[in-house]
Design a protein around this ligand. Structure first.
Ligand code: C5P
Length: 423
């Protein structure tokens, strides 16, 4: 499963590790959570330290490991109350029956049990223990209490155990736990977006990346576009409640969570797929792709052999995808992009008119700090006349933040009341 947390501010996971053989799996869990974009701090009970050293978790999380409640030095760093407030989610994995009992009873005689009482964040426990201890009446009673208290219990897996028994009690695999945590935050984000979703109910189609125009079976013409802006926009549109189709040229980026991706190579294929979006009732079309202006007139059937000092390849003009879609009778709200090295605003405004767009976002790619392969961007947005909106400057920010500002600009244009002459 692959997720993209890029549209979400970094979330903090407080991972409680308690005494059990499954503690070694928690080291991999920290890795997976970090890979998914979380900031992780680890709290270890004394029992956990008998299985894995704090140094392992410190190295993997990149943060100091918290082990003691009454340690003046640790309290001077990040005290237990601060730590409890820092967490967006407390995950205890593995959770021993001793820790479950402490939580259920409300004891606060070590750092983890104190944090449990002191945090407002949701608490998840992944119990892992011998199958007989899992089945014990006291453990089940404590688990029921915890569920009643609002704790989310991740059920253990069944299988052979370190002690030789077979049954329920194995901690789920780290990848599984990390996926569950990630999905939880995505659902929360999606629920907020659906409630306040600026693009709720809209179908957005986005072209992204370069196109690749074949010369012969092994060679092609292309450009350096990375597709980052289009992918960031796809994530932002999805987070704003839209159904999103990403028509992607050849790029090496993960598909944002919840986004339908259609991979294409050539400009012709990108156009064909874009036209299909009209049949699917697309409401907003955003063209971020760096479409090759020309393609090879006749693609050679076989690999072209070296011969002579010169090779001439005839090129013919590619269709303008965004302009073609804009000409259709039932057209979506059209958004184009313009990357210029001089007279940026003048050229961009010209393209807005020439391509019959509703909105164009332009940036100055002569600036080294923004545009193309950079992770940051700064833009100016122009709207078509009928929106009678001022041009809007978007401040230099990450491509994710720019994408969110663009979603806002699209939303504002769609909800713009045309001005009338009536007093
Ligand atoms: O004309 P120029 O390439 O500068 O226009 C940029 C805008 O037009 C971008 O939104 C780009 O995705 C779109 N475009 C297109 N098809 C082309 C060329 C550009 O959709 N063949």
């Amino acid at each position: 499963m692959s997720f993209d947390l890029s549209v979400m501010p970094t979330k903090n996971i407080l991972l409680g590790v308690t005494g059990g053989i499954a503690a070694y799996k928690s080291a991999i869990l920290v890795r997976r959570l970090k890979d998914a974009g979380f900031d992780v701090r680890v709290v270890m009970t004394q029992g956990a330290q008998a299985f894995v050293t704090p140094l392992t978790f410190q190295a993997l999380s990149g943060n100091p490991v918290h082990t003691e409640l009454l340690n003046p030095e640790a309290e001077a760093g990040m005290g237990h109350i601060e730590l409890a407030r820092w967490a967006d989610l407390v995950l205890v994995a593995p959770a021993s029956c001793d820790t479950l009992a402490k939580f259920a009873a409300g004891l606060a005689d070590d750092l983890l049990s104190t944090l449990y009482l002191a945090t407002k964040a949701p608490v998840w426990v992944a119990p892992a223990m011998n199958q007989q201890m899992w089945a014990a009446k006291a453990t089940q009673r404590n688990l029921n209490t915890l569920v009643e208290d609002g704790v989310h219990v991740i059920m253990p897996d069944a299988g052979s155990q370190a002690c030789g028994d077979v049954g329920l009690g194995r901690m789920p695999e780290p990848e599984d736990l990390a996926d569950q945590v990630t999905a939880y935050f995505h659902q929360a984000q999606r629920a907020i977006a659906e409630k306040f979703g600026m693009l709720a109910g809209k179908h957005v189609a986005i072209t992204a990346g370069p196109t690749r125009e074949s010369i012969d079976p092994v060679r092609y013409i292309s450009n350096h576009s990375t597709g980052k802006m289009g992918f960031a926009l796809a994530a932002a549109c999805y987070a704003a409640g839209a159904k999103v189709t990403l028509i992607a040229g050849p790029v090496s980026l993960d598909t944002p969570n919840g986004v339908r991706r259609i991979n294409v190579q050539s400009a012709i294929k990108m156009l064909e797929t874009s036209l299909q979006m009209l049949d699917e009732g697309c409401d907003i079309f955003i063209a971020t792709a760096a479409v090759a202006d020309y393609r090879v007139a006749e693609v050679a059937e076989h690999k072209i052999k070296k011969a002579g000092d010169e090779l001439n390849v005839a090129l013919i003009k590619n269709p303008d995808i965004v302009a073609t879609i804009a000409q259709q009778s039932k057209r979506p709200f059209m958004v184009g992009f313009a990357a210029e090295t001089r007279n940026v605003e003048e050229y961009a405004a010209g393209k807005l008119v020439a391509k019959k767009l509703d909105m164009i976002a332009c940036n100055d790619v002569s600036r080294k700090d923004i545009g193309f392969a950079s992770d940051e961007n700064a833009m100016t947005v122009f709207f078509a006349d009928q929106y009678q909106m001022e041009k809007r400057d978007l401040e230099k920010a990450s491509k994710q933040e720019i994408a969110q500002q663009l979603v806002e600009a699209i939303h504002d244009a769609l909800h713009h009341e045309p001005e009338t002459d009536d007093e």
